[in-house]
Design a protein around this ligand. Sequence first.
Ligand SMILES: Nc1ncnc2c1ncn2[C@@H]1O[C@H](COP(=O)(O)OP(=O)(O)OP(=O)(O)O)[C@@H](O)[C@H]1O
Ligand SMILES: Cc1ncc(C[n+]2csc(CCO)c2C)c(N)n1
Length: 257
Amino acid sequence: MPATAWNVNFLRSPQITATNDHSTHALIILNQPFSFPLLHRLWHSTQWHCCADGGANRLFDSFSDNQDRLKFLPGLIKGDLDSIRPDVRQFYEDQGVPVVPDEDQDSTDLMKCVSALEEKERAEDLAQLHIVLLGGLSGRLDQTIPTLAYLHKLRKTRQRVFAVTDENVAWVLDAGEHEIEVDHGVLGQTCGLLPVGIDSTILSTSGLKWNLTDCPSSFDGLVSTSNHLVPGERVVWIKTSQPIWWTAELREFPKIC
Ligand SMILES: Nc1ncnc2c1ncn2[C@@H]1O[C@H](COP(=O)(O)OP(=O)(O)OP(=O)(O)O)[C@@H](O)[C@H]1O
Ligand SMILES: Cc1ncc(C[n+]2csc(CCO)c2C)c(N)n1
């Protein structure tokens, strides 16, 4: 099997990459803090925008006036709607944004948004969009670990699902070989390979400061944390016998005036 190629071009400045193909990604905004530069960048590199319940409050609060708010209207707000504020709900409903309640108490608001995306893909006969989650890696542990678990499950049915915060971009690498294109303008130095949700894996890598060769990794043994990308290296190669979480540090994006 050839190595799976990965890039995080959706995090690059649209000015740098006119080739940024925003028509292939969906953004799901979760209820966790994020900076405006990160939102701005992700918004413009994604085609469909969905807020998971209280994620709508975060989007709304990213702007000081309605004129700017109107430039960032999501395609959908979905969840059990116990977190969205009444004023935020009213504002988006007035703009014609569908605010869809789903009372299911066995699935999270994130899961409800992914189901909505899948319904949209079916209804519009779309090719699968790559999913970008804004948030989901920090905050309450009983929300964070389910995000880690959910992306493990999604890898079986979705091609690409990324979780992005101001500090990290992370995703699950399936068993096999991967080549990650490293954009040093977007990614910081630090990265990790985290054996979450598996008993153990056998890892080999190149392009990192601390490389591994056929090395077992597990919670009982080695976890590659605080590893480094090597300046000048354009590709990280990873071979893993089991799915593994890959995480890389993000550089701070420039302020938007
Ligand atoms: N404190 C948190 N820490 C980490 N992630 C969070 C946190 N709060 C919310 N999220 C993420 O944002 C999504 C929307 O959250 P929201 O606050 O609207 O609803 P919730 O009622 O707390 O979450 P849920 O209904 O999904 O259990 C959640 O599904 C979860 O993925
Ligand atoms: C074993 C088990 N644990 C917790 C919940 C609660 N729960 C999980 S997702 C969700 C919806 C939140 O919007 C709620 C309330 C459950 N159903 N089953």
